[in-house]
Design a protein around this ligand. Structure first.
Ligand code: BGC
Length: 382
């Protein structure tokens, strides 16, 4: 039986409160998920935009090109909504010039040294698209493909589900990889991303969302005044091409110590070899956690408008990238120009180049196993 007309008639009789609550019970009315066209790719594939809203007015827009979050409006300490993620107004810009704004990167997010890894005695060769290394899944990674999408109302809030199969050999990786991503916007002002994947051959997987945040609002200058805290007493230092050396180095006494809140800008210009290699922060922090429980990875506060973002994850690491390659050449949403360090990323993940580092937590997925990770971006105010 279709219960929709009954529910609608009931709603009309008893009325819904301003908060979307039914006046007879505490159950909140569902807010419709909007789906509209976001144009066509250069290959003529239709792309849709899904708008999710919660009962606090928080709004997220995601498109099925790259499973990309293109807008995220959250309140500041005065209740004013601003869009806190960088992005573009047009699909063509995502296709041609995006430095991975808001998308999912994979099959292997972050770098693989020289584009090579070995699995079961076979060496796999990937495209090298970042100096000598392979970055974010190669030339046409998961950020540059159109996913299937479907809206879904869940107990936690409205959601959009992205699915696709990455075929055996795509970008050089072995095995058909069947992927499912669920983006849920909860009434706790959380964007929750659940990632699952299965394979029919041994492969490597490392998925993350690549949103660039500016908690003052996109286009509102640099992020150097944001206070950052990262729950990690070690990070993975890199060589000049940003490949981990394999060492897990204590952060204590270095500009990489974010165990207590400190502004991103406080030490970013210090003379430090690692900061020089990254042109700022562009490193993986090894989170202080046991196993794959969901735990707090980072907390960021923007002191002027009072927005707070907490990042929780089941992953062992987080890449904190301080937007060092933004250089003012990209005009983003509403014509805002994104200059040096105008956004930052917190990419929850396994460590970079793990397939070539047996001492790092493994990233191999085998048939019969399910890759399952969750990351939550939770917004509040001071
Ligand atoms: C990398 C940066 C890169 C950025 C955009 C980050 O994940 O660590 O080095 O510039 O993505 O591509």
């Amino acid at each position: 039986m279709n219960s929709k007309p009954v529910r609608l008639a009931l709603a009309a009789m008893i009325g819904w409160g301003a908060s979307g609550c039914c006046s007879l019970c505490s159950k909140k009315a569902e807010i419709k998920i909007m789906k509209e066209s976001f144009g066509k790719t250069q290959d003529g594939i239709a792309v849709d935009c899904y708008t999710l809203k919660n009962h606090n007015g928080v709004e997220m827009k995601a498109i099925n090109y790259g499973a990309t979050i293109i807008a995220l409006k959250v309140p500041d300490q005065n209740g004013k909504l601003d869009d806190v993620v960088l992005g573009f107004d047009k699909l063509a810009d995502y296709e041609t010039k995006s430095p991975y704004f808001g998308c999912i990167v994979g099959r292997y997010g972050n770098r693989i040294a020289k584009g090579h890894f070995s699995l079961n005695g076979v060496t796999y060769c990937l495209a090298t698209n970042n100096g000598p290394n392979s970055l974010h899944g190669g030339l046409k990674g998961f950020d540059k493909v159109v996913w299937q999408a479907k809206e879904m109302q869940t107990a936690a809030g409205p959601a959009v589900v992205f699915t696709r199969v990455s075929k055996d050999g795509e970008e050089g990786y072995p095995g058909d990889l069947t992927l499912k991503l669920v983006y849920t916007l909860t009434d706790k002002n959380e964007v929750k991303i659940d990632y699952t994947a299965t394979t029919d051959k041994d492969t490597v997987v490392n998925l993350t969302n690549h949103s660039y945040f500016n908690l003052a609002g996109q286009g509102h200058g640099d992020i150097l005044g944001h206070e950052m805290q990262i729950n990690a007493s070690h990070f993975t230092p890199v060589d000049a091409t940003l490949i981990p050396t394999g060492e897990l180095r204590p952060v204590k006494g270095t500009p990489f110590d974010f165990t207590k809140p400190i502004t991103i800008g406080a030490r970013i210009t210090q003379s430090d070899e690692q900061l020089k290699f990254g042109n700022g922060y562009d490193h993986n922090w090894a989170l202080d956690k046991d196993g794959d429980d969901l735990c707090c990875a980072a907390r960021v506060v923007e002191p002027q408008r009072g927005r707070v973002m907490e990042v929780l994850t089941t992953e062992p690491g987080v890449q904190f990238y301080s937007g060092n390659f933004l250089d003012g050449t990209l005009a983003g949403k509403a014509g805002k120009v994104y200059k040096f360090r105008n956004g930052f990323c917190l990419e929850t993940q396994h460590y970079p180049d793990s397939p070539n580092h047996p001492n790092f937590p493994p990233t191999i997925l085998r048939p019969g196993q399910t890759y399952q990770t969750t990351t939550i971006y939770r917004f509040s105010t001071k």
